[in-house]
Ligand binder design. Structure first.
Ligand code: FMN
Length: 185
């Protein structure tokens, strides 16, 4: 049976570059792997009362089940104010509860950060990395994936243009698969 890798893009924007990077990754799934885009748009803001009073919204149960059913995760994050956009942080928080039942636990991860600017969302990348340490997700260290000038990478149809960045991203996915095979339990 194929191993399933969830691709989470930290943006709700229709023309999101992060979503376009995520879509590009689908083509790089090797034999034996299925890459699956996970939609974050319906997840409500986390409220601990949901779990404490057994009133968990259906969209949260659906998301938790989706993550429970993947074997690994690639996070494609943009940067908001030098950190992780709320939509992605919220998804992480939602999946981490109720206490002791985190759906993230032990799933090998990678972080691909991107920005139209020069700094490639370095701040978001490393804030996210900090959460993944606590969530016990073995997270690929090398190569670090910082994608600068992401706005220049796509054609009119939203497909990633051939070139050095696309080649680098493909190689990063290959490294993630090696990482996954070493760290999956
Ligand atoms: C609230 C907000 C804060 C932002 N902060 C940063 C930032 O700290 N660093 C950065 O490189 N870009 C920042 N940007 C610009 C985003 O990189 C840009 O909007 C990007 O396209 C968002 O990702 P997306 O295309 O996946 O939606 C910010 C954008 C918004 C809306």
């Amino acid at each position: 049976m194929s191993k399933v890798i969830g691709i989470l893009a930290g943006s709700l924007r229709k023309e999101s570059f992060s979503k376009k990077v995520g879509k590009t990754l689908l083509d790089f799934a090797p034999d034996g792997f299925e890459f699956k885009l996970i939609d974050l748009s319906d997840i409500p803001l986390y409220n601990q009362d949901f779990d404490d009073h057994n009133e968990v919204p259906e969209a949260i149960t659906k998301f938790r089940t989706e993550i429970a059913n993947v074997d690994g995760v690639i996070f494609v994050t943009p940067e908001y104010n030098r950190s992780v956009p709320a939509v992605l942080k919220n998804a992480i928080d939602v999946g981490s509860r109720p206490y002791g039942k985190s759906v993230w636990d032990k799933k090998p991860a990678a972080i691909f950060s991107n920005s139209p600017g020069n700094l490639s969302a370095f701040g978001a990348n490393h804030h996210l990395r900090q959460s993944l340490v606590f969530l016990n997700m073995p997270t690929m260290q090398q190569p670090e994936v910082y994608i600068a000038h992401v706005n220049d990478l796509f054609d009119e149809e939203g497909n990633m243009k051939e070139g050095g960045t696309k080649d680098f991203i493909k190689k990063a996915v290959e490294s993630y698969i090696v990482w996954f095979n070493k760290n999956a339990e």
